[in-house]
Design a protein around this ligand. Structure first.
Ligand SMILES: NC(=O)c1ccc[n+]([C@@H]2O[C@H](COP(=O)([O-])OP(=O)(O)OC[C@H]3O[C@@H](n4cnc5c(N)ncnc54)[C@H](OP(=O)(O)O)[C@@H]3O)[C@@H](O)[C@H]2O)c1
Length: 341
């Protein structure tokens, strides 16, 4: 690989974080707390140069050396910028910000599944053209390294099916309804009180969040997605306490499960509640936990389970991506970063 002269001489990797909510702050704090490990693995210091926010009135614990701004253009004008981490909500402006970051020659990392499900392909193509990398581990199953695992498996194994419990809020509600005999409304309220569910929980309980993650998984497992309109998507709102109780008497549990499989040329996906027995790998996945089970021809079935959301589990996925994009170093990175301006 031809490396730019700049790449060899640069001793600091400069990062901008877009958004300083649960995920953005988690990434910032993890870069500080794991500075030694990052330097040891990358051979370079990782420094947060800038943070993009929206509300200037909120108090934040950010070092004075860091540029804190509401203007993305200011971040793009920094003399050195290597990686842009995006942890904002909704599709826009994050998509436009990331396109500009790629064109600036930066690697990008995102936690934003809604944006990435809609625009991931375009970002990956643009990154390819600009010789930079895209990390999106945090878009699916929070801290579980499912995308990196699939990337490794894809080398030789032929993947037949991927299943997942991809929405911690839904799994929490179903668990509470079964274990504590709560109604859907009571369990949802508890999820909101504990910060597991948004004030507007539609994306979680109607299966949209799991659907976006399923489409991202499909692309990484099978190289393509099913037609979105052909995917059966159903949330958990139709499941009643009575249904859960009846199932329990039969030794069964309701779980909200995404399934993607390939038959011939056809990719099929469903995102819906399913009744499972104790033989299923997801039977003991409870509360806000997520799980992903991969069936492939050589290794057989692998199940990964862990925290699907939260400040540090999600920051873990972003930081591992940071190492991935740096090690997957494309030659244009530093050259562009140095010559812009
Ligand atoms: N929370 C999780 O556990 C988790 C897990 C995996 C993936 N994700 C994804 O990660 C992303 C961030 O989630 P979060 O939980 O960290 O959200 P959050 O706590 O609501 O934080 C969002 C942040 O984005 C900033 N922001 C919003 N609009 C902006 C704009 N137009 N320009 C600049 N900044 C803007 C907000 O700024 P202010 O602070 O100024 O209001 C806030 O700091 C989402 O896409 C989410 O789906 C979250």
């Amino acid at each position: 690989m031809i490396k730019s002269k700049g790449a060899d001489t640069m001793t600091v990797i400069k990062v901008a974080i877009l958004g300083f909510g649960t995920v953005g702050e988690g990434v910032y704090r993890t870069i500080q707390s794991h500075a030694e490990e990052l330097t040891a693995v990358l051979g370079k210091k990782v420094e947060v140069s800038a943070v993009l926010i929206k509300n200037t009135q909120k108090a934040r614990n950010i070092s004075e050396d860091v540029l804190v701004t509401t203007e993305f253009a200011e971040i793009l004008r920094l003399p050195q910028l290597d990686i842009v981490v995006e942890a904002i909500v909704e599709r826009e402006p994050p998509f436009s910000f990331l396109k500009k970051a790629i064109e600036r020659g930066c690697h990008i990392i995102t936690a934003n599944k809604e944006m990435f499900a809609h625009h991931g392909e375009e970002l990956l193509e643009l990154a390819e053209e600009n010789n930079v990398s895209v990390g999106y581990e945090a878009t699916v199953a929070g801290g579980i390294p499912v995308i990196q695992t699939l990337r490794q498996l894809l080398n030789i194994n032929r993947i037949k099916q991927v299943q997942g419990i991809l929405n911690g809020t839904s799994n929490f509600i179903l668990t509470e309804m079964r274990e504590k005999k709560q109604s859907f409304e009571q369990a949802l309220q508890l999820a909101q009180e504990n910060g597991f569910a948004e004030a507007d929980p539609t994306n979680d309980v109607e299966g949209f969040d799991a659907f976006y993650k399923t489409m991202i998984l499909s692309r990484i497992a099978f190289g393509e997605e099913p037609n979105w309109h052909d995917v059966e998507r159903e949330g958990i709102t139709a499941i009643t306490s009575e249904m859960i109780e009846t199932a329990e008497k039969l030794g069964l549990k309701y779980k909200h499960i995404a399934t993607i499989s390939r038959t011939g040329d056809q990719i099929k996906a469903t995102v819906r509640p399913a009744l499972i027995g104790s033989e299923h790998p997801f039977y003991h996945v409870e509360g806000v936990q997520n799980a992903v089970s991969i069936q492939s021809d050589i290794v057989g079935e692998i199940t990964l389970q862990g925290p699907g959301a939260g400040m540090f589990p999600t920051a873990s996925a972003v930081i591992e991506d940071l190492v991935y994009v740096c090690k997957n170093n494309k030659p244009a990175l530093r050259l562009r970063a140095l010559t812009t301006n």
